[in-house]
Design a protein around this ligand. Structure first.
Ligand code: NAG
Ligand code: NAG
Ligand code: NAG
Ligand code: NAG
Ligand code: NAG
Ligand code: NAG
Length: 530
């Protein structure tokens, strides 16, 4: 009943807004071609109002962005029928207005034949390197500027595959506008260090205090042991942007992890899931410490901040190196765990999405991503969703139809815990932190709990809050936090800003840990025993 009344008042709103619009566009009323549809005015309503109506009018699958095609350069003009404007064409023109290495481009859109004077079409424009959006209310030629391509890779991509265009439900406008404020990944501007820091300060309450020099520690490799945890935080460029997003939604103050491992000759190695290989793919790699450290110091352009979290001696004594190596070798060269990356974050139906994110937006991102990166992301999430449903080979829209049929929702589906022993078409899937914790599990650190812990459900924060780490500062290596005035409980070995890991080394593991945890900024309060 309550809901019905709410819907009613919302429609009331629609009528009022229509009256208001009429005042502004009196001339166009004469050009009225067809009666308006209630969804035409949804975009002008606040998101809180438009979203429930939109949900009410459509099935979940109908709300997904629909791919209309890719606008290509030269004489390849794309034509399609929109929801509001029935005749649309687009083509792409390359230019070099800024005199940059790869130049930029202008997307030309010719929009005509609206079915009513109140309607508009809302579009998302995407390459694997950027996402932007715009909406069109008037029949005419519009342009969208791409001042500079991000890299040679984007330039090549756009030359061959063009810019992907997705038509959205116009009622999504409010969501996109809200995203514009809090979701810098969606803005088209350079992902500078300052925008990352600013975002994390504002939305997470991170402090980023500058440390005294030297910003790189002269580590002595002899003091690093098997199982020591590396917490990494990247704050610049594309990786910086991705990590910022991951930190915000999960509450972790680090965005990437790796683990140290000594071989039988005593040589130190680093195991990392998410290492970029020469072809630009992200894979699991086991590499000598020197090679890894050299890369982080000289070649990583994301300005990585790195902390070493040494294991506590009694935990280290449990660490079975032989078993750890067996696990590491079995995973070496496998692809990074994209399949289950998001499931560590989403545990609950509504306690994991800072506004304006929601399950529907996750589905929209999945749709856009699988369209623009089909080879790379083939089935990236679909397989994981199918496993949750107990089905095979359903695509995302099929999945949405299926959950509705079962009287469930996409949000409920996303909240189903991942199982560590699920095997995907390209093998077992582990994100950076799942790789480290799975190694801990194999090496015996979780002891008897190993059977009742799903490490693919752990976020990076869940990992560094485990009480596995050194708690006696006198036992930290002599070079630990060398030169810093603040003595951290762990060893920051690189970075201009002091790393903070709230809740570090504080939590005993317990069965089914982290399978049902909410994560809402800025406090990211956990419920007890979640
Ligand atoms: C585009 O078409 C025009 C005329 O149809 C032709 O002169 C021109 O060479 C074409 N350009 C390309 C890049 O194919
Ligand atoms: C754009 O102009 C700059 C400077 O003139 C030049 O170095 C660069 O190669 C041009 N890029 C393209 C894609 O033409
Ligand atoms: C780093 O430490 C080693 C000894 O642990 C020392 O020999 C070396 O000179 C130091 N390097 C720098 C750049 O301080
Ligand atoms: C360590 O792991 C290996 C391989 O899994 C196993 O054979 C060995 O018994 C383990 N050692 C101990 C002390 O548990
Ligand atoms: C999903 O699969 C169905 C058939 O099972 C097909 O009709 C639909 O177009 C597919 N959707 C996408 C987005 O590929
Ligand atoms: C460190 O942790 C161990 C094991 O939990 C505990 O016995 C010890 O008292 C702790 N030491 C300090 C200094 O807190």
């Amino acid at each position: 009943m309550q809901i019905l009344i709410k819907k009613f008042t919302s429609l009331f709103w629609v009528i009022e807004v229509l009256g208001f619009l009429g005042m502004f566009f009196p001339l166009q009323i004469h050009a009225l071609k067809a009666p308006f549809h209630p969804s035409d005015v949804l975009p002008v309503l606040p998101r809180q109002v438009s979203w429930p109506i939109l949900n009410y009018l459509n099935g979940a699958a109908d709300l997904l962005p629909s791919f209309v095609g890719a606008a290509l350069p030269a004489n390849n003009t794309l034509d399609w029928k929109g929801a509001c404007f029935y005749q649309n064409t687009a083509w792409l023109e390359f230019h070099n207005k800024t005199g940059s290495q790869f130049g930029g481009g202008t997307l030309h859109l010719k929009i005509s034949h609206a079915h009513s004077w109140t309607c508009m079409d809302l579009y998302i424009f995407a390459t694997p390197y950027r996402v932007t959006w715009d909406y069109y209310f008037l029949s005419r030629e519009h342009t969208l500027e791409f001042n500079e391509w991000d890299s040679e890779a984007e330039y090549e991509y756009v030359k061959h595959k063009g810019i992907s265009i997705f038509l959205m439900q116009a009622g999504m406008l409010g969501t996109l506008q809200a995203l514009w404020d809090v979701f810098p990944l969606f803005t088209n501007t350079g992902w500078g260090e300052n925008s990352n820091l600013g975002f994390l300060k504002k939305h997470m309450g991170a402090s980023f205090e500058q440390r005294p020099q030297p910003w790189v520690t002269n580590v002595s490799v002899d003091d690093i042991h098997s199982g020591d945890f590396l917490a990494i935080s990247k704050i610049r460029g594309r990786w910086g942007g991705f990590e910022t997003l991951e930190k915000w939604v999960s509450g972790a103050y680090a965005g990437h992890t790796a683990v140290c491992l000594r071989d039988s000759e005593g040589k130190l190695w680093v195991g990392e899931s998410g290492h970029e290989d020469k072809e630009g793919r992200d894979i699991i790699a086991i590499m000598p410490w020197e090679e890894w450290w050299e890369f982080e110091l000289k070649k990583d352009d994301a300005n990585p901040h790195i902390a070493l979290l040494p294991l506590r001696p009694d935990i280290r004594a449990k660490f079975n190196e032989t078993a750890a190596w067996e696990y590491a070798r079995s995973m070496d060269g496998k692809p990074y765990g994209y399949h289950n990356l998001i499931f560590s974050w989403i545990d609950t139906i509504d306690g994991n999405y800072p506004p304006p994110l929601d399950a529907h937006l996750v589905a929209s991102v999945m749709t856009v991503w699988s369209q623009i990166q089909p080879s790379y992301a083939a089935n990236m999430w679909n397989e994981a969703l199918n496993k949750r449903l107990g089905t095979k080979g359903l695509n995302l829209s099929d999945v949405l139809v299926e959950v509705e049929k079962r009287g469930s929702s996409f949000a409920q589906l996303l909240a189903i815990p991942e199982q560590d022993d699920w095997v995907y078409s390209d093998g077992k899937s582990t994100s950076c932190v799942a790789f480290v914790l799975e190694m801990y599990k194999e090496a015996g650190i979780f002891g008897d709990l190993r059977k009742s812990i799903q490490v693919t459900e752990f976020t990076i924060k869940d990992a560094y809050t485990l009480n596995f780490f050194e708690n006696d500062s006198s036992r930290l290596p002599p070079w630990c936090n060398d030169g810093d005035t603040v003595k951290l409980p762990f060893c920051q070995i690189k970075g201009k800003y002091r790393m903070e890991l709230p809740g570090y080394n504080s939590m005993d593991p317990y069965p089914h840990m982290n399978e049902r945890c909410p994560s809402m900024p800025p406090s990211y309060c956990r419920t007890k025993g979640c």
